[in-house]
Design a protein around this ligand. Structure first.
Ligand code: SAH
Length: 346
């Protein structure tokens, strides 16, 4: 599928034609990655952050949030809970926080890898190569780092570099792949300033880089941030060019990503479930996705990991999230994934 065809589908509004897109995406999903839905236990290990991402509610400038950093023993307890619930992997995610020392993370990874069969995914932002290497040697399997947008000007605008450095997430993704990580990335749909062309290019980029995992969710404005505050309108692309941050467009992006990256692991994201608590998860899974990331963070911390307001399942326990997810998966005739659920070989 060429870029202009991706673009055309993104803008498609005819329901009958869209049924064709959903059916194609679901057929490719079934044929290439099967009916298993892989569950990744998400541990939001801390919300300190040094970055000033204009979309993110826990960015360094965000006022009025209580900051936390989970202790090693607390993180390990979450990993054990994920294993007990039958998940094949855990994702440790945080703001970009040098307060999490590389050695501390390495020790946690080592402990999880020597005491459980879990695959370990890290999502800790932009870190030094020697730290990434240390974590790989400790046993980390995967790293999630969304490139957020393939448009350099929009990237600079929403994700400013730290003083004296140049943020280059694509380069980090490539270096991590060379280190032996499975690499995951993604974008938000409808970020202010995102045009249809840019979103089509994002999807093309997933294919160009042959990404192993691709997370796509709607942009959900946080009033604590420049892109969600009173000036949000001033960041929008001109009328007709701006991509809306709605469910339909997100589902089109998920379906198209499945078509261009047939073997990738694609989650049905929490942001999509937040936008549509009733059916978002199931719709994502029915239109290309094959992964979900149930939250295993203790409720007292997950409320503080407020990258956007109203996050789905924010007051639930890991056990409740598990039961809910299992029911949703079964309701659409899919099966719970077994084992670590790594990227299928081409
Ligand atoms: N600090 C890590 C993890 C960030 S949170 C990192 O930078 O990689 C994970 C993802 O949540 C981000 O990459 C971003 O795409 C998404 N996100 C952040 N703020 C959001 C918002 N307001 N609406 C929707 N998604 C958001």
């Amino acid at each position: 599928m060429q870029r202009d065809e991706i673009l055309h589908w993104l803008k498609e509004t005819d329901e009958a034609r869209l049924e064709e897109l959903w059916a194609r995406a679901d057929a490719v999903r079934k044929e290439r990655v099967g009916d298993e839905v892989h569950l990744r236990g998400l541990i939001e290990i801390g919300n300190y952050c040094v970055r000033q991402c204009a979309y993110c509610g826990i960015n360094a400038c965000s006022q009025g949030i209580t900051r936390y950093r989970m202790a090693t023993e607390e993180i390990l307890a979450c990993a054990r809970e994920a294993h007990r619930l039958g998940y094949g992997s855990v994702v440790m995610q945080a703001g970009e926080d040098p307060g999490f020392k590389a050695e501390t993370i390495a020790a946690i990874v080592r402990e999880i890898k020597t005491t459980t069969p879990l695959a370990v995914t890290l999502s800790l932002g932009e870190r030094e190569d020697d730290e990434l290497r240390l974590w790989k040697e400790a046993g980390a399997d995967r790293y999630l780092l969304r490139f957020e947008t393939s448009d350099p000007a929009l990237y600079d605008h929403i994700h400013p570099s730290l003083p004296g450095t140049l943020s280059d997430r694509m380069a980090q993704l490539e270096r991590m792949r060379d280190m032996g990580y499975e690499i995951g990335t993604g974008v938000m749909v409808g970020i202010p300033g995102q045009t249809w062309d840019i979103l089509a290019q994002d999807i093309d980029t997933f294919r160009d880089y042959d990404m192993d995992m691709i997370g796509i969710g709607p942009f959900l404005p946080s009033p604590r941030t420049p892109l969600g505050g009173p000036d949000a309108a001033s960041h929008m692309a001109p009328e007709g060019l701006q991509v809306p941050n709605d469910e339909l467009t997100t589902l089109k992006a998920v379906a198209l990503t499945r078509l261009v990256c047939p073997q990738s692991n694609i989650p049905s994201t929490t942001a999509l479930a937040t936008l549509d608590p009733k059916a978002g998860r199931e719709l994502g899974l029915s239109r290309g996705a094959n992964v979900v990331m149930p939250n295993v963070t203790p409720p007292e911390y997950r409320v503080l990991y407020e990258i956007y307001p109203g996050k789905a399942c924010v007051h639930e326990t890991a056990q409740v999230c598990h039961g809910c997810m299992e029911a949703r998966i079964r309701s659409i005739g899919r099966v719970m994934g077994k084992g670590p659920g790594g990227r299928k070989a081409s």
